[in-house]
Ligand binder design. Structure first.
Ligand SMILES: *[C@@H]1O[C@H](CO)[C@@H](O)[C@H](O)[C@H]1NC(C)=O
Ligand SMILES: *[C@@H]1O[C@H](CO)[C@@H](O)[C@H](O)[C@H]1NC(C)=O
Ligand SMILES: *[C@@H]1O[C@H](CO)[C@@H](O)[C@H](O)[C@H]1NC(C)=O
Ligand SMILES: *[C@@H]1O[C@H](CO)[C@@H](O)[C@H](O)[C@H]1NC(C)=O
Ligand SMILES: *[C@@H]1O[C@H](CO)[C@@H](O)[C@H](O)[C@H]1NC(C)=O
Ligand SMILES: *[C@@H]1O[C@H](CO)[C@@H](O)[C@H](O)[C@H]1NC(C)=O
Ligand SMILES: *[C@@H]1O[C@H](CO)[C@@H](O)[C@H](O)[C@H]1NC(C)=O
Ligand SMILES: *[C@@H]1O[C@H](CO)[C@@H](O)[C@H](O)[C@H]1NC(C)=O
Ligand SMILES: *[C@@H]1O[C@H](CO)[C@@H](O)[C@H](O)[C@H]1NC(C)=O
Ligand SMILES: *[C@@H]1O[C@H](CO)[C@@H](O)[C@H](O)[C@H]1NC(C)=O
Ligand SMILES: *[C@@H]1O[C@H](CO)[C@@H](O)[C@H](O)[C@H]1NC(C)=O
Length: 391
């Protein structure tokens, strides 16, 4: 039944997506039927696009309420996506919050104001997602992961929503890999990971929500569990080693002082970084900290770290020491890889005020693996240039 439903939504998805060549390949993608949704999806999703690759990256968006920036980011991002024929979304998680009208400490499961979703038919699918993001954003696929606020309630329901209701909210499992081919035969791998088991220490987790019980259910509450996930990540990275671009997508930050925003929660995040460096991952995308920030690759790290967690909330004081950041600002990240695949151009865009035009705050370029490898004998090994446009 699940398979049949997925086929129907898949066919609709292909018809709805106009202007690009989206196909999930020839393989038959079936509901994994695994013990839990935390078991990585067993096969790699294949996608083909003509021409350039343009995607928008943002996280931490699903919050209505008086301090929210969700509406203005949605408006700015829709205008941008319409103008640029954006290919797809990279959604960095925290898809459904409790409203920020809720007083601190309010139980997560207040029936009218709660974290995450209760089920795949939760009314928040409509009120927080479908009703908010229009235009091109309603036509394209959102490649998604779950954040801590999703885990606070029923994160399994978010995966089931993909299989049963709408494949445009792409979350076939909490861990999955995509291989994208575009332009002149350029390849880009995206490995979508769930960082919650690496961020929260089960042993002394005390907050009143479902984080702890989910870690238990998913068997990811100790280093035996996280070791298996790291092994999977290592294997995936090895398998996509020949791609021109390798991206890892996770909810929590890995570098910079923001990763220590809540040090007692940091737990095993540090174990992820060596895998990204060893496999020369082009970039890691994260949300969680409600800011726009980039730490560019340098002589000791091949990885560029893109933070984009300002889709609904903004951080009062930006975290110190990235290459660039901006405080108190709602917005998103735009990524553009031309059809020749040699460079990645990024733009951090503010959408701070309702009805005001978006503004590019900061932009830069990252070179492809194959391009940088050419410079292996020079000091120009991991070249990455940045240009301040505003601020
Ligand atoms: C879609 O992409 C495939 C593989 O790149 C290509 O063979 C096919 O012609 C494309 N289809 C359209 C409609 O552009
Ligand atoms: C996207 O659209 C905006 C606004 O129209 C424009 O300034 C920007 O350069 C475009 N970006 C890309 C990557 O096409
Ligand atoms: C649920 O949360 C809302 C928003 O904070 C609050 O107005 C309402 O009183 C709460 N209801 C209960 C039963 O606690
Ligand atoms: C979570 O959501 C799924 C899918 O809607 C549902 O089958 C399951 O019963 C829910 N779990 C709980 C604890 O409510
Ligand atoms: C989105 O898809 C609908 C239905 O196919 C189409 O009418 C509309 O023009 C598309 N919007 C954009 C901004 O591409
Ligand atoms: C997990 O991996 C670490 C590092 O390789 C190792 O020290 C530890 O013993 C492993 N734990 C288990 C339970 O396998
Ligand atoms: C959890 O354990 C860590 C490491 O031992 C400790 O630093 C932290 O204070 C503990 N947190 C709680 C809430 O007990
Ligand atoms: C997790 O918390 C327990 C209990 O406080 C502590 O003993 C352990 O060292 C913590 N683990 C890490 C990796 O911080
Ligand atoms: C290089 O980048 C990494 C990751 O952002 C950072 O931790 C490190 O401090 C940087 N090193 C130098 C020499 O700038
Ligand atoms: C966005 O708005 C906030 C509050 O009004 C302000 O502090 C911040 O500087 C603005 N950001 C930009 C980039 O203008
Ligand atoms: C990186 O590339 C830019 C543009 O090609 C060049 O101007 C710059 O000198 C290079 N940086 C290094 C460190 O070689």
């Amino acid at each position: 039944m699940k398979l049949l439903l997925f086929f129907i939504t898949l066919i609709q998805g292909v018809i709805l997506i106009s202007g690009d060549n989206y196909t999930k390949g020839s393989a038959l993608y079936t509901y994994p039927n695994a013990a839990t949704v935390a078991v990585p999806y067993p096969t790699t999703f294949q996608e083909n696009y003509n021409g350039d690759l343009k995607f928008l990256v943002f996280g931490d968006w699903g919050q209505l309420g008086k301090q929210t920036g969700q509406a203005q980011v949605a408006a700015g991002m829709t205008t941008w996506a319409n103008a640029n024929s954006t290919t797809f979304m990279l959604n960095l998680g925290d898809n459904f919050y409790q409203s920020n009208n809720a007083p601190k400490g309010t139980a997560f499961n207040n029936a009218s104001d709660y974290e995450g979703v209760f089920s795949e038919t939760d009314p928040k699918w409509k009120s927080y997602w479908l009703d908010v993001y229009g235009g091109q954003l309603a036509n394209i696929t959102w490649y998604s992961i779950a954040g801590n606020h999703d885990w606070y309630n029923n994160v399994t329901a978010e995966v089931d929503y993909f299989w049963d209701i709408d494949s445009r909210f792409f979350l076939p499992a909490l861990y999955y890999t995509r291989k994208v081919t575009f332009g002149n035969g350029v390849t880009a791998a995206f490995i979508h990971i769930d960082t919650n088991p690496f961020y929260y220490n089960y042993t002394n987790y005390t907050k009143v929500n479902n984080m702890k019980s989910n870690l238990q259910t998913f068997n990811l509450y100790n280093d035996a569990g996280t070791n298996a996930t790291l092994k999977w990540l290592d294997d995936q990275l090895t398998a996509v080693d020949d791609c021109d671009w390798i991206f890892v997508v996770g909810h929590h930050p890995l570098v910079g002082d923001c990763r220590l925003y809540d040090p007692k929660d940091y737990y095993e995040m540090y174990r992820l970084v060596p895998y990204l460096e060893k496999h020369k991952v082009s970039a890691y995308f994260n949300g969680h900290t409600h800011e726009l920030a980039v730490s560019v690759a340098n002589s000791t790290s091949p990885v560029t770290y893109f933070g984009s967690g300002a889709g609904g909330a903004s951080l009062g004081s930006a975290c110190p020491n990235p290459t660039w950041t901006v405080p108190n600002t709602f917005g998103f990240l735009s990524i553009y890889i031309p059809a020749d695949g040699k460079t990645l151009q990024y733009q951090y865009v503010s959408a701070n005020t309702t009805n005001a035009p978006t503004q590019v705050l900061y932009s830069g370029t990252v070179n492809a693996q194959s391009a940088t490898m050419y410079f292996i004998t020079s000091l120009n090994f991991y070249n990455s240039t940045s240009t301040i446009i505003f601020l």
